[in-house]
Design a protein around this ligand. Structure first.
Ligand code: FA5
Length: 344
């Protein structure tokens, strides 16, 4: 093909593109059109393949024409796109809104049951003067075990052994490390509760690998076991709103002496001898571990154990929530099923 023919054809394609672009009605159409001309197999690109067969002088001339046509096509694309954009904006402005249409309702969210329970528990302890303290969920072996008189080879580790991040860093298996952090940071008197998430290698209907505890710690001169009993009884009566009783069952936690599990009367049945599945017919359900702070713990944090005494407890929040609301599997709290959550 003669060079002049080639130039004529290129010019014709440029003009043809201009007309087609003017008639295109959307960005998508323009882009498709652009590809039909300038794309790899586009008509302009195909013609340009001819360039390779020419002498250098002709090639320069053709190159300049090619660039001009390409630029004019691209400019046309830009122009048409902005034209379409303004047309859309004007159309949008002209749109009338029917204010009488009913609105789309957004279903109201609600506070998760466990958050409600945590807030209620904190409020009840606040009535007795307890303040809220916090600690990290990923904590050191020292705070979670060593400082609580549970050295590395202690059998009590088996009950609470957890997920290790490294030899010295763990996901806390209980909220008791917050006791250590608080006592190291402040002098007695101390009166705190520490609600939060903890982790263990547990998994069944009443045990979850991640669950919530609320720790309590009261240290002062003359604190006695009867104070612990009074505080736990107050919590149970306020939280369950009726005259349920509690009992202390001797138990072993290395960081308290004496130590006890706190049981509350089963909220579901008439008491011992029943066929209740919640308390397994005993009439009592365990809700917390507790005891008088061991002098060894006071030594670790630099408190004078001759002058001060204290009590501590760690209560499972899912457990009390299960008892109060008749939930028979701990997993319901974590599945995010709205049929369950919307009930509370
Ligand atoms: C402790 O965790 C002690 N730190 C409690 C403590 C604090 C004792 C202060 C003395 C002084 P225990 O392992 O028993 O103790 O757990 C306390 C409560 O957490 C249990 O009574 C139970 O209500 C709850 N709990 C324990 N494991 C799980 C689990 N896997 N899922 C749900 N709740 C649990």
């Amino acid at each position: 093909m003669a060079t002049t023919d080639l130039v004529r054809q290129l010019e014709a394609l440029g003009a043809e593109f201009g007309r087609a672009a003017g008639a295109s009605a959307s960005e998508q159409e323009i882009r498709a059109l652009q590809a039909r001309y300038l794309g790899k197999k586009g008509s302009v690109s195909q013609l340009m393949k001819e360039m390779g067969k020419r002498q250098p002088a002709e090639r320069r001339e053709l190159g300049a024409v090619f660039n001009r046509i390409k630029e004019s096509i691209e400019a046309e694309v830009g122009r048409r796109l902005s034209e379409l954009g303004s047309a859309a904006a004007i159309a949008d402005l002209g749109r009338s809104i029917d204010v009488t249409l009913p609105g789309r309702t957004v279903p109201p969210g609600r506070v998760h049951l466990l958050t409600q329970i945590r807030e209620q528990a904190v409020a009840i302890f606040a009535e007795l003067g307890f303040e809220v303290a916090e600690g990290p969920q990923v904590d050191t072996d020292f705070h979670c075990f060593e400082a609580l008189a549970i050295p590395k080879d202690h059998p009590a580790r088996d009950m609470q052994d957890t997920f290790y991040v490294s030899d010295e860093v763990v996901l806390r298996p209980h909220t008791s490390p917050v006791q250590i952090r608080v006592m190291k940071a402040q002098k007695p008197p101390v009166r705190i509760v520490a609600p939060g998430v903890v982790y263990r290698r547990d998994d069944d209907a009443t045990h979850s690998p991640m669950f919530m505890q609320i720790e309590g710690l009261l240290v002062d001169e003359g604190v006695r076991f009867s104070d612990l009993k009074g505080v736990m009884l107050h919590f149970v009566r306020r939280y369950f709103g009726r005259g349920l009783d509690i009992r202390f069952r001797p138990s072993y936690f290395p960081f308290v002496e004496p130590g006890a599990e706190v049981d509350m009367q089963c909220a579901f049945c008439a008491g011992p001898g029943s066929t209740c599945r919640v308390c397994k017919g005993t009439g009592w359900v365990e809700i917390a571990g507790s005891g008088m702070v061991d002098p060894e713990v006071f030594r670790q944090v630099g408190y004078d154990s001759e002058r001060y005494t204290g009590f501590a407890f760690g209560m499972g929040l899912e457990r009390v929530a299960m008892l109060r609301h008749g939930v028979n599997d701990i997993k319901f709290f974590y599945e995010g099923d709205l049929r369950f959550l919307a009930q509370f």
